[in-house]
Design a protein around this ligand. Structure first.
Ligand SMILES: C[S@@+](CC[C@H](N)C(=O)[O-])C[C@H]1O[C@@H](n2cnc3c(N)ncnc32)[C@H](O)[C@@H]1O
Length: 521
């Protein structure tokens, strides 16, 4: 992990600099002083730098925010164009200038570059380090300079953008946002890279030596943390682990669920997508779902999500709802419900009869759930409760027909969509998560009616968070037994034990797991 000097941390805060000097380098003669309250006007007239390609400037700043500011790598770019001004504010505060506004093509490029650069970070850093004349140059490199180099490396090595454009544009960005010397350095390193690529002689870590050394090399080649690679080799074997990493590094595709609760059917969604010229595929597994791999911006801009006509939901998550099998008239408890993807789908299945009680410890996320329920006209069958599941049974003697525990987990099944997650998870998190999952399972089990159903689910592919948690639970709770998921999902998702398991490698969807358990007494 890189160390960020304090002067650079302050550039990532919301505060405006006193003047337009770049905090990353020298005074920038092309920029003008920033006056309070006149940001937009000023941007248009004084601070706009048309020599810089806007998508690269925005990408560099977004990468800084993600790595050092804790911002989430929003691959969906959900805020769409509306976030442009806000983002430009960051760009100006960070770089000392703005660029012209982003158009749709720029937005797509930002999404591609940011997602890809984050995913490939470890591999890109390996290449950059190999091309620096001494290791200290790399370890002491200014964070913004490193982001600019990563962008250039990613564009040349993975996106195969014509190298002259990448070199010129990134040199220019480094010169203007930092100083001329930084531009020279970017020029030197990128030109070396181009030469190596053209002669097919890019450096490559050798997968050899003991297990540890091999895992380290594979981790670099496929850009994942070493601990994850070792864990997957142990659980899946080397070939599957490599396939999984390749899946995690591929461009994610998204599914949309037509919101039946609001009377919006899949065929209506299909007509809308056809009008918008967004290519789609019908889900072979779920009647309300459609797959799209491009065109999310059009869906967002058309207001389909805002109007609650459809939701972004992976089919693997939709299948968990199939395992619960909500029926009209039932009472259902969704224990870790926010932001509500599964709650809303379950509520839509009730056809207005029955109730889903959605509890979550996170007030903000629960508020989102409540607002979406209203938007999707499902608030008549959804009640929200802000509480800690672990103490909920103490104050609540009501029991439910069905209880879903969609537990907090490592998210190791959704790394293709959550590009930054692989770098934020630590191996130590796993132990903490496992004990939390056990505690939550114990609490959830008290809330099921005799004869009722408890579904434990995660978006992890790790057996220690899945099968092992269920096995340990069944040893602690003899009143529960496994109810095979075979009646609710197709055989390709069924494990030998009767659990639902969606494998990114086998099923080309996000990873997910669910166990359906019946309470005997
Ligand atoms: C995997 S997410 C749930 C996703 C949700 N089911 C959906 O489909 O949108 C896990 C949720 O568990 C919540 N959570 C974590 N610990 C909790 C606790 N002790 N009690 C209740 N909720 C908790 C988190 O706030 C988070 O919203």
């Amino acid at each position: 992990m890189l160390h960020l000097p304090s002067i650079q941390v302050c550039c990532l805060t919301e505060k405006k600099p006193k003047d337009s000097r770049s905090k990353f380098g020298e005074s920038n003669s092309r920029t003008a002083p920033h006056r309070k309250g006149s940001f937009h006007q000023e941007r248009k007239t004084q601070n706009v730098n048309l020599e810089i390609s806007p998508h690269r400037a925005v990408s560099a700043v977004r990468l800084m925010r993600i790595e050092f500011g804790g911002a989430f790598a929003d691959l969906l770019n959900e805020k769409g164009k509306g976030s442009g001004d806000n983002e430009m504010g960051y760009v100006e505060r960070t770089l000392g200038f703005c660029t012209r506004d982003l158009d749709d093509r720029d937005l797509r490029l930002v999404t591609d570059i940011v997602g890809g650069t984050i995913r490939w970070r470890k591999y890109l850093d390996y290449l950059i380090l190999s091309l620096c004349h001494d290791p200290n140059t790399f370890s002491r490199m200014e964070p913004l300079l490193l982001q600019i180099l990563r962008i250039g490396f990613y564009e040349i090595v993975k996106l195969e953008v014509p190298s002259y454009a990448v070199v010129d544009e990134n040199v220019q960005l480094a010169k203007i946002s930092l100083r001329p010397g930084a531009g020279n350095m970017v020029n030197g390193i990128l030109r070396k890279l181009v030469l190596l690529k053209e002669t097919n002689s890019l450096p490559s870590p050798q997968v050899e030596g003991d297990d540890r050394a091999q895992a380290r090399a594979l981790a670099t080649l496929h850009s994942h943390p070493v601990w994850m690679v070792r864990r997957w080799i142990k659980h899946l074997g080397r070939e599957e682990a490599i396939k999984l990493m390749m899946w995690n590094n591929s461009d994610p595709s998204f599914s949309l669920r037509a919101n039946r609760g609001k009377g919006y059917t899949r065929s209506k969604l299909v007509s809308r997508l056809e009008t918008l010229k967004v290519p789609y595929e019908l889900s072979p597994h779920l009647d309300d779902f459609i797959r799209i791999s491009t065109g999310m911006q059009s869906v967002i801009q058309d207001g389909l999500l805002k109007e609650g006509l459809c939701s972004v939901q992976d089919e693997s998550a939709g299948l968990v709802v199939f395992v619960v099998d909500p029926q009209p008239g039932e009472t259902i408890l969704d224990c870790c419900a926010a932001p509500g993807g599964k709650t809303l789908f379950m509520a839509a299945c009730l056809n207005g009869q029955g109730m889903v009680t959605a509890i979550d410890i996170n007030k903000g996320r629960l508020r989102i759930l409540k607002e979406t329920a209203k938007l999707q006209q499902l608030d008549n069958v959804i009640t929200t409760v802000h509480t800690d599941l672990r103490t909920f049974p103490e104050d609540n003697c009501v029991t439910y027909d069905k209880v879903l525990l969609d537990a907090p987990c490592s998210g190791l099944g959704v790394l293709s969509k959550r590009a930054d997650l692989r770098w934020n998870r630590m191996s130590e998190d796993m132990e903490e998560l496992k004990s939390l999952q056990d505690e939550l399972l114990d609490a959830a089990s008290m809330l099921v009616k005799p004869g009722g159903v408890l579904v434990y689910s995660t978006c992890s592919i790790d057996p220690e968070e899945n099968e092992e948690r269920v096995a340990a639970f069944l040893l602690r709770h003899r009143e529960y037994s496994i109810d095979s998921a075979e009646r609710y999902i197709s055989p390709e998702f069924l494990t030998e034990e009767g659990y639902y398991f969606c494998s990114p490698v086998k099923n080309s969807l996000d990873g997910a797991f669910a166990a359906r358990l019946i309470r005997g007494n």
